[in-house]
Design a protein around this ligand. Structure first.
Ligand code: ZN
Length: 435
């Protein structure tokens, strides 16, 4: 399969959305604003690029399942593939948000005629990071934009978008693929064994884009050392991840570049951390009778480690900040500092949330087994034996209670309740399997 393809036919597991967009181009019914709604990592961005390529393509082709698709070879397609098409712009958050000055810049270019293509296309990735004022400013542009402009807004859910923007958009929904679909796609596309495909799928937490990246990486082999070692390993990998990111920030040539790295949607993506986190969650779910002092000690250590990781990453910005102080007024520096701070605390919060979700996935799998669901729906299929054990010992009622507790804990975390309390309470209540 061509790497970096801009063709809808090469997109995996989003046939419905792809066919819909293809038909709308073939029939000439092109909306001015599209909202691509779906979870992170399901393929909204590759589809947005392929749709842009189809709109601009010099020689579109028709295929078996698609009314029309980009050729993938013309000058326009090649430029979209390498990100240099003058009439296709991808707008990403500057720090945590898409700011009003970014939208104003967009407004200035939206009134111009396309340079080489037929359309001027703006992809906002993601549109749920528009703040109140930039969203209002975008709305004005949507109201006034010339007919050759197409906006593609990516969002996790429609609820995060201003209703006035929503009402002007054609909504294209992106379904989250089931674990079995992900495993099959990985085996077909990357010629992986069933075992490795299962591992990539599980490590990604069922996020297809992440699973694809994992499928191309050499996954570290992780022994199954039990809770005592896996919790230490997990804490060590949080530290390694912070060093990894610190080095990336240190190597950045400008503050803007470093902030862009820090704001990447998958900026938690450090494979050894994913592997150790999952192993820790597995051990925690499978351990019989936790030591009484463990919940408090572990909660303290985890929060401590996340705090020092954030401080270490912050050091990656020191040199850039010192340079910036020579070039920018104090107000700009203050804004930089605020952005760095919120990106790094966002990183810590994300690590905690991912840990809770990872643990939740073990219990959700066990509940599926306990309720007699087909095993193809299991996420952690590579540890099927463990899941069966967990299902047998805990039983449906307890598994439901644990899932509810984890969902509640994620909710509390998002409402900024003290994380150390959430973690301690959660682990105390889980308490390990009955021996
Ligand atoms: Zn083409």
């Amino acid at each position: 399969m061509p790497i970096n393809s801009v063709c809808l036919r090469d997109i995996l597991l989003q046939q419905t959305a792809s066919q819909h967009l293809s038909r709308s181009v073939a029939s000439g019914r092109i909306a001015q604003t599209y909202l691509f709604a779906g979870s992170e990592s399901v393929g909204r961005k590759p589809v947005a690029k392929a749709f842009a390529a189809l709109l601009q393509c010099e020689k579109p082709v028709s295929g078996d399942e698609l009314a029309l698709d980009a050729c993938g070879n013309c000058e326009s397609c090649r430029r979209i593939a390498n990100g240099s098409h003058p009439d296709v712009a991808i707008i990403v958050p500057d720090g945590n948000e898409i700011r009003i000055d970014q939208v104003r810049a967009l407004q200035e270019s939206a009134v111009l005629k396309p340079g080489t293509g037929r359309w001027l296309i703006f992809i906002l990735d993601p549109a749920d990071r528009l703040n109140q004022s930039s969203a209002n400013s975008l709305l004005k542009i949507l109201e006034e934009a010339p007919s050759h402009v197409v906006f593609i807004l990516l969002a996790r859910e429609t609820g995060a978008i201003l209703p006035t923007v929503l009402s002007r958009s054609e909504i294209v929904r992106f379904a989250s693929p089931a674990p079995a679909e992900i495993r099959t796609a990985l085996m077909q596309r990357h010629a992986l064994s069933a075992e490795v495909a299962a591992r990539c799928c599980a490590l990604s937490g069922g996020r297809f884009g992440q699973a694809l990246v994992l499928a191309q990486a050499a996954l570290p082999d992780f022994p199954q050392p039990g809770l005592k070692h896996s919790h230490t390993e997990f804490l060590i990998e949080i530290e390694s991840a912070s060093r990894y990111w610190q080095d990336i920030f240190l190597a950045a040539r400008s503050m803007e570049e470093a902030l862009r790295y820090a704001a990447r949607p998958c900026h938690e993506f450090f494979i050894p951390l994913l592997v150790s986190r999952r192993e820790f969650c597995r051990s925690l779910a499978m351990t019989a009778g936790l030591p009484t002092a463990f919940p408090m000690l572990f909660a303290d250590m985890l929060i401590d480690r996340l705090d020092s990781a954030a401080r270490a990453m912050q050091k990656g910005f020191d040199a850039l900040l010192a340079d910036a102080k020579k070039a920018y007024p104090a107000a700009v520096i203050k804004e930089f500092e605020g952005t760095i701070d919120s990106l790094l605390s966002g990183w810590s919060a994300l690590q905690l949330e991912e840990t809770l979700l990872c643990l939740l996935n073990w219990y959700a799998d066990a509940l599926k087994v306990a309720s007699g669901t087909d095993e193809t729906l299991l996420l952690n299929l590579d540890h099927k034996e463990d899941i069966i054990t967990l299902a047998e010992i805990d039983g449906i009622a307890l598994l439901r209670a644990r899932i509810e507790l984890l969902e509640k804990s994620v909710g509390l975390l998002r409402r900024h309740v003290q994380p150390v309390l959430i973690v301690e309470n959660l682990i105390t209540q889980i308490g390990g399997l009955e021996p």
